[in-house]
Design a protein around this ligand. Structure first.
Ligand SMILES: *[C@@H]1O[C@H](CO)[C@@H](O)[C@H](O)[C@H]1NC(C)=O
Ligand SMILES: *[C@@H]1O[C@H](CO)[C@@H](O)[C@H](O)[C@H]1NC(C)=O
Ligand SMILES: *[C@@H]1O[C@H](CO)[C@@H](O)[C@H](O)[C@H]1NC(C)=O
Length: 328
């Protein structure tokens, strides 16, 4: 009897996370032959139409999405297509925004770009990557590159999500090059979710800088964004706790991690995925139940969180305006 119940429960659990597929396409050449991307796609395989989340990982794409397998897999299992870009060869960090521009122009080309990647991969033939619902996700200092890109154009982006966003070329603030100057508004408005970690601004030792000092990170972005802007702080975790092992273990020599018995890194990554996909659904589906998760996140996640938000005058009483990006 109890075994049957157990099997039923496991069955229920499995149906809540859909089947997915991951494949990599190396050496996608955009524009000039000497500039190449590696693309990692994580997609639901159940036929249907899904929003697309472009992911620029930490250190502006030097770190591949495969260092975040648990997180990006959970995102795809929650019915969002994730397209990670990395290994952009021959770039200078300050040129990263130009490469985002090239990549997005290629990604949305009809019969080419992401549409072609899906058409050529048989496990997802009946999956439609909905490029009208395009979101952009960053980790750490990749936020700087995205901010620089959006400082001149929205392109096809309709909402943004920044995990532990840092401004500046490096996460420590050694190279001072800012795109944000709070409270001066950035020149675009788009729905934005910032997910910070409570230990972002805590250094591992007296002589070393924190991975994301607060004066160049999370709140700095929160005070520069003037669309509907949400910040969720996962208070017990650190700047690089969303990486897979062994990269996570290696990150501990630079970034303060969660320590002690309350740390549950798999749960942390699942919670982060839940917040990301809830936000995407809240905005694109104009779904008030999902929006309620973003406004009261503790109800939906097990990790401890605190949060704040500022709708900046946008009306969400009946679902809001959907995904958008406008320029002042
Ligand atoms: C961002 O855009 C503003 C104009 O809207 C411009 O004055 C500024 O120089 C740009 N910042 C950078 C770092 O390109
Ligand atoms: C997140 O929470 C931690 C711990 O409570 C706090 O020190 C930190 O300032 C918070 N970060 C933000 C961006 O609110
Ligand atoms: C941030 O704070 C640190 C330490 O107080 C300081 O050295 C640095 O100049 C500050 N950076 C900015 C951009 O305000």
């Amino acid at each position: 009897m109890s075994i049957i119940l157990l099997i039923l429960l496991i069955g229920l659990h499995l149906t809540s996370a859909g089947p997915i597929d991951h494949w990599s396409v190396g050496n996608i050449i955009i524009s000039k032959p000497d500039i190449r991307f590696r693309v990692d796609i994580y997609s639901p395989t159940t036929p249907g139409s899904y929003p697309v989340l472009i992911f620029l990982p930490g250190l502006a794409g030097l770190v591949p999405s495969t260092f975040y397998t648990s997180l990006v897999t959970a995102i795809a299992e929650q019915n969002v297509i994730l397209v990670g870009i990395s290994k952009i060869e021959n770039i200078k960090p300050e040129k990263m925004s130009v490469h985002i521009d090239n990549f997005l122009a290629w990604a949305i080309k009809p019969k080419d770009g992401i549409t072609r990647l899906f058409a050529e991969h048989k496990q997802v033939r009946e999956v439609h990557a909905n490029l009208e619902r395009l979101a952009f996700l960053t980790h750490s200092s990749a936020a700087h590159s995205l901010g620089q890109y959006m400082n001149s154009t929205c392109g096809p982006i309709k909402l943004i999500i920044m995990m532990n966003p840092v401004d500046g070329i490096d996460p420590f603030g050694i190279v001072q090059d800012f795109i944000t100057h709070p409270p001066t508004p950035l020149p675009f408005r788009t729905p934005a979710l910032i997910i910070s970690a409570g230990l972002d601004s805590v250094s591992i030792g007296q002589k070393s800088p924190a991975c994301a000092p607060n004066n160049i990170s999370n709140d700095r972005w929160y005070r520069s964004l003037y669309g509907p802007t949400f910040l969720i702080n996962i208070t017990d975790y650190g700047h690089a706790d969303n990486l897979d092992e062994p990269y996570h273990e290696a990150s501990k020599i630079m970034c303060k991690p969660c320590t002690g018995s309350l740390c549950h890194f798999a749960q942390y990554k699942l919670d982060e995925a839940t917040l990301i996909t809830s936000f995407i659904r809240a905005i694109f589906d104009r779904d008030l139940r999902q929006l309620n998760i973003i406004q009261n996140p503790q109800s939906a996640v097990q990790s401890h969180v605190s949060n704040k938000y500022d709708l900046h005058g946008y009306d969400y009483t009946s679902g809001g305006p959907g995904g958008f990006c406008t320029r002042d």
